[in-house]
Write a protein of this length. Structure first.
Ligand SMILES: Cc1cc2nc3c(=O)[nH]c(=O)nc-3n(C[C@H](O)[C@H](O)[C@H](O)COP(=O)(O)OP(=O)(O)OC[C@H]3O[C@@H](n4cnc5c(N)ncnc54)[C@H](O)[C@@H]3O)c2cc1C
Ligand SMILES: Cc1ccn(-c2ncnc3[nH]cnc23)c1
Length: 505
């Protein structure tokens, strides 16, 4: 048959894609969704999108490209829910694999002694929550937002307010099924093909495509006591956060926010929280200052509410927040975990969801968090913020250092996430250029003065910066790449390796 008109005549290898026997199908047109993501700033159009119906589809696609060697310039990117920020799930002129088409076999819940759920890597966490709750179970470790895929979050870490106790999502995986950059299908775990298991966890899609995951579960609570208090003193705020993550039997979730110049802060909260002492709360005037919000959650079941309230009361008495700012509410476990979806719906209604998201996520060692706060909140950002700023500490002991994830080298480190939304075509302080400049000032300050800081959901533009990001782990990364993806076919959107230019050969 003749080569279809849309093929570049120069690259016969792409034509070869059509010779593949697939259970699913390849699409060569209308692939614009695969060329966009949540960041809304990078748009690399693939040559084709594979909609797999089986692991064999993924394996034969990759093996086919692997066997063509350097005769083909094709690369392959798995795409989960496309909620990356800087094109990490894109493959310019390559093949994007739509993992959401690949539901594989249905979810299988094992409610035994060590409960777990077997899921397709293309499954959304919100769907896992709905299904496991039917059996009174749920995963232990979450992200703040659940409309993300298992493969996407496990390729990064998957972190939220439960991480201080359970570690990130990549610390709560029993087993994975992975298709390597050679097209091999490998089952791996701590005790079987352990190096591949550790490579893909936090591996930024570099070492294999996760097709299935076995996620640990725990008994799910029915209700959550959701608490927020405010501080104007950063030292008291961090001291209380670090105290609360130091023992496991306190709260079940610890996070925090930074509010910069948020006029009418109190009223924004009134809508979703009942002020503990309404009269007192109305005296509090937050206008014109920086405030730090400590957010806690205590899981409970309806028959334990009195015991829980007593426990919370005694815990709160040990904290040094501004008394009139105690806000609490009681919600279902599902509503608490799906809380960011509420913000999404509000932003979508205002046409503010599909906008550029120049996010910056940093992991900051405890020893440097005060200098960071002083310079970034007190100077660089002093009068603006364009979205939530999240800040909370975690315990490194709950993170497995053998994974490909890079974290600061201290027992306690903070996640600080600048989740900005840019107003399209604005040239003001809410515009993309202004926010990118601010992000760069923050990064430059860290590079110059806070060497222990690492990016989470990292984005760099060249291999030298990646080498510096990985630090002593770089040799392990090179070795793993040479074993599991020697032609550097996988996840080109991360910009760590370039097909054909392999630093380890
Ligand atoms: C609104 C919002 C809130 C967020 N909140 C949090 C949070 O609280 N905590 C947190 O940790 N993160 C958070 N994130 C970041 C999120 O975890 C990452 O962006 C994640 O990668 C998105 O998942 P995804 O399924 O969209 O992945 P995609 O963006 O589709 O892919 C991400 C990367 O993983 C690779 N990949 C995807 N699927 C697979 C697979 N099956 N096998 C191998 N590689 C794969 C892709 O090639 C790409 O490199 C948030 C993101 C958004 C948009
Ligand atoms: C784009 C957007 C709107 C709200 N958010 C969030 N709000 C609160 N916590 C979050 N964690 C991650 N995204 C979050 C993110």
């Amino acid at each position: 048959s003749t080569i279809p008109p849309h093929f570049g005549s120069s690259d016969i290898s792409t034509y070869a894609l059509q010779t593949l026997e697939l259970d699913g199908y390849l699409s060569f047109d209308n692939n614009h969704q695969a060329a966009t993501d949540f960041g809304n700033r990078y748009h690399s159009l693939p040559l084709a999108v594979l909609h797999p119906k089986s692991v064999a589809d993924i394996s034969s696609m990759i093996n086919h490209i692997f066997r063509m060697g350097y005769a083909s310039d094709l690369t392959v990117a798995a795409r989960g829910h496309g909620h990356s920020i800087q094109g990490q799930a894109q493959a310019y002129n390559g093949v994007v694999i739509s993992m959401e088409s690949f539901k594989g076999t249905e979810m299988k819940i094992n409610a035994g002694e060590l409960p777990y759920v077997d899921v397709s890597a293309g499954e959304l966490w919100i769907n896992i929550l709905h299904e496991t709750l039917k059996q009174g179970l749920a995963p232990k470790s979450w992200t703040d937002y659940l409309h993300l895929t298992v493969g996407g979050t496990l390729s990064n870490a998957g972190i939220s307010g439960q991480a201080f106790r359970h570690g990130p999502q990549i610390s709560n995986v029993y087993q994975l099924e992975v298709v390597t950059g050679k097209g091999e299908v490998v089952v791996c775990s701590e005790n079987q093909n352990a190096d591949l298991f550790h490579a893909v966890l936090g591996g930024l899609g570099q070492f294999g495509i996760i097709t299935r995951a076995r996620i640990s579960l725990e008994k799910a609570p029915k209700m959550v006591k959701w608490i927020r208090v405010l501080y104007s003193d950063f030292s008291k705020f961090t001291r209380d956060q670090e105290y609360l993550i130091s023992s496991n039997d306190q709260f079940d979730y610890i996070e925090g926010f930074v509010f910069i110049n948020r006029t009418g802060l109190l009223n924004n909260w009134r809508s979703s929280f009942n002020p503990k002492e309404p009269l007192q709360a109305s005296k509090f005037n937050s206008d014109g200052k920086i405030f730090f919000c400590l957010e806690m959650a205590k899981y409970f079941n309806p028959d334990e509410i009195d015991f829980m309230n007593k426990k919370v009361e005694s815990l709160m008495s040990e904290l040094s927040y501004i008394p009139s700012t105690l806000f609490t509410s009681e919600v279902t476990y599902l509503d608490f975990l799906d809380r960011v979806h509420v913000s999404e719906n509000k932003l979508r209604a205002k046409g503010l969801w599909e906008v550029p998201h120049p996010w910056l996520n940093l992991l900051i060692p405890k020893s440097q968090i005060h200098d960071f706060a002083q310079e970034v909140f007190g100077n660089i950002l002093k009068d603006t913020s364009n979205g939530p700023i999240i800040i909370y500490p975690v315990n490194k002991s709950k993170w497995n250092n053998r994974t490909s994830l890079v974290t600061p080298d201290e027992d306690i480190f903070y996640l600080v996430a600048f989740l900005s939304s840019a107003v399209p075509s604005s040239v003001g302080t809410d515009g993309l250029e202004h926010i990118l400049e601010q992000n760069q000032r923050i990064l430059d300050y860290c590079i110059d003065f806070l060497p222990g800081v690492k990016q989470y959901l990292p984005h760099y533009s060249n291999q030298e910066e990646w080498r510096s990001h990985f630090g002593p782990k770089w040799q392990t990364i090179l070795q793993r790449k040479s074993i599991y993806d020697p032609l550097a076919i996988l996840a080109p959107g991360q910009r760590i390796f370039q097909k054909g230019i392999i630093p380890f050969l």
